[in-house]
Every structure is written in structure tokens, then in C-alpha cells.
Design a protein around this ligand. Structure first.
Ligand SMILES: [Zn+2]
Length: 459
């Protein structure tokens, strides 16, 4: 029986190893990995000589088609395909009423999941959702099991913003999550501190973007993380710390990982590759919450990724235009930046070329770990029988990042002008080519919803 495709002559990278091998794909799945003479005949052969053959990137933290992004799933997923990202996890919001909200009236989690599934129908890559809890209405507790049943096994909570939750309500949710064995995902900043500092800078007319990181200090992040992870430990709930930015917050995660099983965390590409000098260089464009930090915090991200305290590197992709950033005072700017298209090449360049990390390290933090943490059993590896989500990556090609190449609706890049070595050559989603040499190929809508299982964190 011939296979659909054989990727021949490349260097396979797994979470643990790098070796010369061919990869056969059939029916959308990896059929075999091995020596050329062990491969089945194939309808199509893809020459991967000189290229790395890696599992597709899984980005478990993106914002698409809601109040935090002007991207549609079609544009965000085109950026993803070009960036070697074969699955991403967006947010399905429990509708709330407020200044930040796009919703006319309050709604339920399950409605949020249904709404996002419809919006994502045009995606080029596979997608999943975290359900975001935005209101302290106990009725949401009765929805959690149904959300898990619907393939949404993780729940986002914020300690900041108008849709933030009190410790008391988060604690109540955690009790339920512990019973369900589902994952809580936490944005942690102590908003009483960040709000007070913001108001003070506003009163003092400190609207220059260099004041932005001072309004959201690292200790405010660490304090809220400590409360949340402590409650998770006490209630027995799985804890995932989203966008860890600072040494102080990573130390908190480290303290609570001693049990070895219930705490996981991520950082983002920008916290590993940029320092707060960017606010002088680029104004409000790199305003992201929490803020891009100091050189020592960048070092801490790599230390803690290296020792496994941090598991994942995500993007926190938010599609925004310059116009919403280029305002007089930083507090009137949008928060967030696009990165789905640039994350893998920028992180690879920093980690492998600049710091000497291995290719398997990149696969661990960008593919295998997010799949494991979030219950995506068929993804994040090149093991036979799993989905053929594959990136062919040229580790030697050098190019300069520019927003002119953006497939996102966003019209800037926080990596503008950065020269990187390492470029995505081809991206396959379940065996189908979705990006080829810098062009999106094929029709939108081939992406599928990934029904996620409850993850097993004992492995
Ligand atoms: Zn985010």
C-alpha cells in the first residue's frame, strides 16, 4: 500500500533526539519514521534535504476575533501556517457587560464555546479553546463539566481587569476543577497595585511608554501568582501559569512545583527575546500585559525553561494595528502584539543560535509540552499514528523580519528589522500542505476543532 507522502532526506527532530530519517504520511497521520529503504512507496515525495523535520508548533495562548484582536481565524491561522504553528488554543469567553467587552449582554460559557467554534470555521490550522470565566456567577460552576464534555478541558481566569475574579471566587472554581481533574489557566497580576500606579502616572502626566512597565511591576505579578498557585495547591487543582515574565514570578512557580504534578507554566517568545529597552525604541507597539521586563528576567526565563520549571513558550498573539498603538499616552493604547508568524523563527534563533540550546529543546517547549499539558494526545510529536502536523524548517536560511510579510491583519511587528537565521519552509496540517516557501497554499477552512481530553500530568 503506497503512502500519501514521504518526506525524504531531512533531519528529524523529536523532543529527545535529532537523527537522519524519512517520514511517511498516510491518511493525515504519521505512518512511519525510519531509514529511506524502509519507507513505503508514496504518491508524492517531498525533498527535505538540508531541512529539519519537526512536529508542528502548538501555541496554547492566542487571541483571535474578539476584543483583543482584529484578526479573524482566517488571518490569524494564515500567520500560524506561515510560522509553523499547526494548532493554537484561543479563548471562548463567557460574555460579560463592560467597557472592555464586545458583548451586548451576559452569556454562558457554553455559548462562548459555540460562538468561537463558528468563528473558527475558516481556519487553515487546527484550533482549540480555553473557556474564559469572566463573572462571579455561581451558575458557571454547573457548566464546567459540560465544557469538558465539549472538548474544552481548561479554564482561564484573570486576577486583573474588569473581568477579573476575586481570590474567593477563583478558589470556588478551583474546587470544582479539582473534582473534574481539569486545568485552571491564570493571568496573575495584583490589579490593586497596577491600577493604583496607573492612576498615579495618569495624574502626573507620565504618558511616555517607558512608564508602562513601571505601572505593572514584577512583584505585582509574583504576588498574584503566589495567591493563585497556593490556592490551587490547597484545593488540589491543576494550575497553569500563563505568560510568566519575571524572575520573581518564575521563582513562585518553582516553589510550588515541588509536588511534581499539579503546576505547569509558560512564558512567551517576547519575554525571552526582548527587554524593556523596546519602549524607548518602539513606543507603545510592544505594550503587552504583563510588560516586557529587564535583561535579568530574560535570563531567568531561559534558566527556568531549561530546568523545566517553565514548560511552554507561547505567543499571546493579539492582532492590533499601529493606529490603536500610536496614541499620546500609553494608557490609551491597546495591549498586545501579533507573533504567530514569527514566534518559531525568532525563538529558535535566540535559543539555538544565540544560546546553544538544542533543537529537541525547541520541540519540547513549543510542541510536545503544550500538547501534553493541554490534553492533545494526537499532537506535538512525530510518533506513528499521531496527526501529521509537520514543519520543514531550514536552520541555515537568514532573513529579516518585517511586518510587510504579515498575514495577520496587524500591520506591525515587535521584531521588525530583526535578522534571524532559521526559516519555515513548509507546514503540513494532518498531512496537507498549508504553507510553502512563505505562501499560504490551499483553501481556508481545513483546520479542525481539537476536542481536548483531560490531560495526564503524571507523565
Ligand atoms: Zn493573552
Amino acid at each position: 500500500m503506497p503512502a500519501d507522502t514521504v518526506i525524504s532526506g531531512g533531519t528529524v527532530v523529536t523532543a529527545t533526539d535529532t537523527f537522519e530519517a524519512d517520514v511517511a504520511i498516510d491518511g493525515g497521520e504519521i505512518a512511519a519514521v525510519g531509514a529511506p529503504d524502509s519507507m513505503p512507496d508514496a504518491d508524492e515525495t517531498v525533498d527535505a534535504s538540508g531541512l529539519l523535520v519537526m512536529p508542528g508548533v502548538i501555541d496554547p495562548h492566542v487571541h483571535v476575533d474578539d476584543m483583543f484582536s482584529i484578526d479573524t481565524h482566517e488571518t490569524a491561522s494564515a500567520a500560524a501556517a506561515l510560522g509553523g504553528v499547526t494548532s493554537y488554543v484561543d479563548f471562548a469567553w463567557q460574555a460579560w457587560e463592560g467597557d472592555l467587552s464586545i458583548f451586548d449582554e451576559a452569556g454562558t460559557l457554553l455559548e462562548g464555546i459555540e460562538r468561537k467554534r463558528e468563528k473558527a470555521a475558516d481556519a487553515h490550522v487546527d484550533y482549540a479553546f480555553h473557556a474564559a470565566i469572566t463573572r462571579e456567577d455561581p451558575a458557571v460552576l454547573d457548566e464546567l463539566a459540560d465544557a469538558v464534555e465539549a472538548g474544552v478541558s481548561s479554564f482561564k481566569m484573570f486576577t486583573a481587569y474588569e473581568h477579573g475574579l476575586s481570590n474567593g471566587f477563583m478558589h470556588r472554581v478551583m474546587e470544582e476543577l479539582a473534582d473534574l481533574d481539569a486545568v485552571g489557566v491564570y493571568h496573575t497580576e495584583d490589579s490593586t497595585i497596577t491600577d493604583m500606579l496607573t492612576e498615579r502616572f495618569q495624574a502626573e502626566g507620565k504618558g511616555d511608554p517607558t512608564y508602562y512597565p513601571k505601572s505593572r511591576p514584577d512583584y505585582a505579578e509574583a504576588m498574584a501568582a503566589e495567591d493563585a498557585v497556593r490556592m490551587a495547591a490547597e484545593t488540589g487543582a491543576k494550575y497553569y501559569g500563563i505568560h510568566t515574565t519575571s524572575r520573581k514570578a518564575a521563582e513562585v512557580i518553582d516553589d510550588f512545583r515541588d509536588d511534581g504534578s499539579q503546576v505547569r507554566a509558560e512564558t512567551c517568545t517576547h519575554y525571552t527575546t526582548l527587554t524593556d529597552d523596546v519602549f524607548e525604541e518602539m513606543g507603545n507597539l510592544p505594550m503587552i500585559a504583563p510588560p516586557i521586563r529587564k535583561r535579568d528576567d530574560v535570563e531567568a526565563m531561559f534558566e527556568y525553561l531549561s530546568d523545566g520549571t517553565l514548560d511552554v513558550v507561547s505567543t499571546d498573539h493579539c492582532g492590533y494595528e499601529r493606529e490603536s498603538k500610536e496614541v499620546e499616552n500609553w494608557w490609551d493604547s491597546t495591549f498586545g502584539a501579533n507573533a504567530l508568524q514569527t514566534s518559531l523563527p525568532v525563538f529558535h534563533d535566540e535559543a539555538v543560535n544565540e544560546r546553544g540550546f538544542s533543537y529537541p529543546f525547541v520541540v519540547r517547549v513549543m510542541s510536545r509540552n503544550p500538547a501534553r499539558v493541554f490534553g492533545m494526545a494526537g499532537k506535538g510529536t512525530l510518533d506513528p499514528g499521531t496527526d501529521a502536523d509537520v514543519v520543514l524548517f531550514d536552520p541555515d536560511e537568514t532573513y529579516t523580519v518585517t511586518a510587510d510579510d504579515n498575514a495577520s491583519n496587524a500591520d506591525f511587528s515587535i521584531y521588525e528589522g530583526r535578522e534571524v537565521t532559521g526559516r519555515v519552509a513548509k507546514t503540513f496540517v494532518r498531512g496537507e500542505l498549508v504553507a510553502d516557501d512563505g505562501e499560504v497554499v490551499g483553501d481556508a477552512g481545513r483546520g479542525e476543532f481539537v476536542e481536548r481530553d483531560l490531560p495526564d500530568w503524571s507523565v
